[in-house]
Design a protein around this ligand. Structure first.
Ligand SMILES: [Zn+2]
Length: 95
């Protein structure tokens, strides 16, 4: 499954509810899922970590749907098979 297909699945499953909630409320949910991911990482529970990764991606896709934004296109456009800053793969930026 590609990112675009996953985003479409989220649209089919949740768009109506997401649309009623709106972008701000959906971003609040996404932030909650990041917090749950943080907790799962701290607990080191790999099954919980996997679920929270899925939830973060799902809510990110929902937010993209509300903004009529193609998540896959945005990701590939910013990261065209190389680092957007140094243009290398792997990245050679100094941090
Ligand atoms: Zn770089």
């Amino acid at each position: 499954m590609h990112i675009k297909e996953f985003q479409n699945l989220m649209r089919q499953l949740y768009f109506e509810r997401d649309n009623e909630r709106g972008p701000k409320g959906t971003l609040d949910w996404l932030e909650d899922e990041f917090e749950e991911l943080r907790e799962a990482l701290e607990e080191g529970d790999i099954n919980a970590i996997k679920e929270e990764f899925a939830d973060v991606l799902a809510w990110l896709a929902s937010l993209a749907n509300l903004l009529d934004l193609d998540l896959e296109k945005a990701a590939i456009s910013k990261y065209p098979n190389k680092c957007p800053k140094c243009k290398k793969k792997p990245c050679e930026c100094q941090f």
